[in-house]
Design a protein around this ligand. Structure first.
Ligand code: HEM
Ligand code: NAG
Ligand code: NAG
Ligand code: NAG
Length: 507
C-alpha cells in the first residue's frame, strides 16, 4: 500500500483538525504579502512615511486584498466593496472587534483592567448605547438640548456668548477653532448634562485628542508629556463628575442608563468610571466635531450652494413660533446629500479586527468583480478596512477628491456614484460607502452626528453673514494621523462674521 496513503489516513484518524488545517493551507492561497526588504520591520517605514501611496500602489498591483508585514506582524487590508468588506464587518465569529478595541481601551482611555476584561459588562454597555441611540425620540432628546446650547453660544443677547465665546460683529475667526469649540461644548452638555464641566475640560480635552496618534503608537512619556498630563486632568474631572450623584443625575437618560449599569455590575471606583466615560466622550466627539466643521466649511466655501441652503433654512423658519421645523431640516434631502458627501471625503476611518480563528474570506476580482476567489487568513493576524481607500476610489466615486454636494442625490445614482445598483449584465452592486463601519459594530451615533452638523449649519448661517477670506478649504492633515478618524484641517480657514439682522429665534 502506498505509504502516503497510510500517513494521511492516520492523520485523519488522529486529528481531523490537523488534516483540515494542512489541506486548507495547501489548497487555498493566502493574500499577496508585501514584506518589504528589511527583516521584521517589513514595510513599516514606507507605511509610516506615506501610507496612502503605499496602499494605492498595492491595490493597483494586487487588487482588493493584500497583507502588509509590519514589525513582525501581519495586517491584511481588505478593500473589496463587493463582498469582502462586508464579511469583515459581519462575520464577528471570525473577525473580532473587541480583541482589537482592548488594546485601545487601555492605551487611549485608561480603562481599568477589570472592566476591560469583563466581556459581559462591555456587552451590556454596548447594548444600552446601541438601543438608546437607535430610537429617534432619544436622539431628539439630546438634539433639543444641543440646539438650545448652540443657539446660546452664538446669540449675542445670551449670557453664554461672552468672553471667549463672543463673536462680535466683524470679527475674523478661524472656522475650525470656532466650530470645534461650539459644537464640542453644546454637544457635550446635551449628552452629559447641564452640570458637566464642558468648558473647564475643553482645552485639556483637545490637547489629549490632538495627541491621539502618540497614544496609539505608545510613545514614551517624555515624548507625549503634554498629552498624558492633559488626559490625567480630564480623567480627574470625569471621575469627580461621575461619582457625584447630584451632578451626574442631571445628565441625559443616555448617560444615567450607563451609570445604572455601573452600579448594577458593582463597578464604583472613580477609575472604573473615568476610563469608560472618557471613551464615551471620545466616541461622541472625536469624529462628529471635525465632521460638523468640514460640513460647514464646504458649504460656506461653495457660495452658490450656500445660497440654496439659505433658502432651505429660511423656508423652515416659522415666524409665529420663532423656531425652525427642525425635523424637516434634519430630513432635507439636499442637506443630507451634502453631509454624506462630506463624510465620504474626510473620514479616514479604520476598522480593525483580530482574526480569532483560521478563516477563509471571499474576495471579488477587482478586474472582473462578478468572480470571486477565497483567501486564507491566519488566526492572530489583523484585518483592516480603511474607509479612505474605498471613498477615494475613482472607480466607485468619479472625481473622488472633489466635494460635490449633490453626489448623493437620487438623480446622480449610477453617475457620481458608480455600481450602486446591480446591473443587468451581471455586474454586482458595490457597497463602497462605509463612513460608519458596518455589521454589529456599526456606529450607533450616526443619527446624532448628522443632527449635530445640521444644527450648527443652521444657526451659523442664520446668525451671521459669513465672508470667506481663505482661497480654498484647507487640505486634510494626514501625516501621522493616517487612519485615526475624521481628519483635521492642516491649516486655518479664516472667515469674517457679520451679525445678520436675522429674525429672532426662541430662547
Ligand atoms: C461623524 C461622526 C462619526 C463618525 C464618522 C463615526 C464613525 C464610527 C465608526 C466607523 C465606528 C465603527 C468602528 C469599527 O467598526 O471598528 C464607530 C463606532 C462607534 N461610534 Fe461613531 N462615529 C461618529 C459619531 C459618533 C457619535 C456622535 C457617537 C455618540 C454617541 C458615536 C459613538 C460610537 C460608539 C459607541 C461606537 C462603538 C460601537 C461598537 O463598538 O459597536 N459615534 N463610529
Ligand atoms: C407656525 O407655527 C404655528 C404654531 O404652531 C402653526 O399654527 C403654523 O401653522 C405654523 N406655520 C407654518 C407656516 O408652518
Ligand atoms: C487618509 O489618509 C491618507 C494618507 O495619505 C490620505 O492620503 C487620505 O489621504 C486619507 N483619506 C481620507 C478619506 O481622508
Ligand atoms: C454689523 O456691521 C455691519 C458693518 O460692518 C453693519 O452693516 C451691520 O448692521 C452690523 N450688524 C449688526 C447686527 O450690528
Amino acid at each position: 500500500m502506498d505509504m502516503s496513503y497510510v500517513i494521511v489516513a492516520a492523520l485523519f484518524v488522529l486529528s481531523p483538525l490537523l488534516l483540515f488545517h494542512a489541506l486548507l493551507k495547501s489548497t487555498t492561497a493566502e493574500p499577496p504579502l508585501l514584506k518589504g526588504r528589511i527583516p521584521l520591520l517589513g514595510v513599516a517605514l514606507d507605511f509610516v512615511n506615506g501610507p496612502q501611496p503605499l496602499l494605492e500602489r498595492a491595490r493597483k498591483k494586487y487588487g482588493w486584498i493584500f497583507t502588509l508585514y509590519i514589525g513582525g506582524r501581519r495586517m491584511t487590508v481588505v478593500s473589496d466593496p463587493v463582498v469582502g468588506m462586508r464579511q469583515v464587518y459581519s462575520q464577528s465569529r471570525n473577525f473580532d472587534a473587541h480583541a482589537f478595541f482592548k488594546y485601545l481601551n487601555i492605551q487611549l482611555f485608561k480603562y481599568t483592567p477589570r472592566i476591560n476584561s469583563d466581556a459581559a459588562f462591555q456587552e451590556a454597555l454596548l447594548r444600552h448605547v446601541v438601543s438608546y441611540l437607535a430610537a429617534p425620540a432619544n436622539v431628539e432628546e439630546i438634539a433639543s438640548v444641543m440646539r438650545k446650547e448652540y443657539r446660546a453660544l452664538v446669540d449675542e443677547n445670551s449670557d453664554l456668548c461672552t468672553g471667549d465665546y463672543a463673536d462680535r460683529n466683524g470679527t475674523v475667526v478661524d472656522l475650525y477653532n470656532f466650530a470645534r469649540q461650539k459644537t464640542y461644548i453644546a454637544a457635550a452638555i446635551a449628552v452629559f448634562g447641564k452640570a458637566f464641566p464642558a468648558k473647564e475640560i475643553y482645552t485639556d480635552y483637545i490637547t489629549y485628542e490632538d495627541s491621539l496618534s502618540r497614544f496609539i503608537k505608545s510613545y514614551p512619556y517624555i515624548f507625549n508629556k503634554r498629552g498624558v498630563d492633559a488626559r490625567g486632568r480630564v480623567l480627574e474631572y470625569l471621575a469627580d463628575f461621575f461619582t457625584d450623584n447630584e451632578k451626574s443625575s442631571q445628565s441625559s437618560s443616555f448617560i444615567t442608563g450607563i451609570s445604572d449599569l455601573f452600579r448594577k455590575f458593582g463597578y464604583l471606583s472613580p477609575d472604573d468610571l473615568s476610563g469608560y466615560f472618557l471613551s464615551i466622550v471620545f466616541a461622541s466627539k472625536s469624529n462628529s466635531v471635525p465632521m460638523a466643521f468640514w460640513y460647514l466649511a464646504f458649504i460656506i466655501h461653495d457660495e452658490q450652494f450656500r445660497g440654496e441652503v439659505m433658502k432651505i433654512i429660511t423656508s423652515h423658519y416659522n415666524s409665529t413660533t420663532q423656531d425652525f421645523d427642525w425635523q424637516a431640516l434634519y430630513r432635507d434631502e439636499l442637506l443630507n446629500s451634502a453631509f454624506k458627501e462630506t463624510a465620504r471625503l474626510v473620514s479616514n476611518i479604520t476598522s480593525g479586527r483580530v482574526v480569532c480563528r483560521d478563516s477563509m474570506i471571499k474576495i471579488a476580482d477587482s478586474k472582473a468583480p462578478s468572480s470571486t476567489k477565497e483567501f486564507y487568513l491566519r488566526k492572530g493576524d489583523s484585518v483592516l478596512v480603511l474607509a479612505s481607500m474605498s471613498h477615494w476610489d475613482g472607480e466607485a466615486f468619479p472625481e473622488p477628491m472633489l466635494w460635490n454636494a449633490r453626489r448623493f442625490m437620487p438623480e446622480n445614482s449610477g453617475k457620481l456614484i458608480k455600481h450602486d445598483k446591480a446591473s443587468k449584465d451581471g455586474d454586482p452592486q458595490w457597497k463602497a460607502y462605509i463612513p460608519w463601519g458596518g455589521g454589529g459594530h456599526m456606529c450607533p451615533g450616526r443619527h446624532l452626528a448628522i443632527v449635530e452638523a445640521i444644527t450648527q449649519l443652521v444657526y451659523v448661517l442664520w446668525y451671521f453673514d459669513v465672508e470667506k477670506l481663505s482661497a480654498d478649504v484647507p487640505q486634510m492633515n494626514v501625516g501621522e494621523n493616517y487612519g485615526s478618524g475624521v481628519l483635521k484641517p492642516s491649516s486655518t480657514y479664516n472667515v469674517r462674521f457679520r451679525r445678520r439682522e436675522a429674525p429672532a429665534t426662541k430662547a
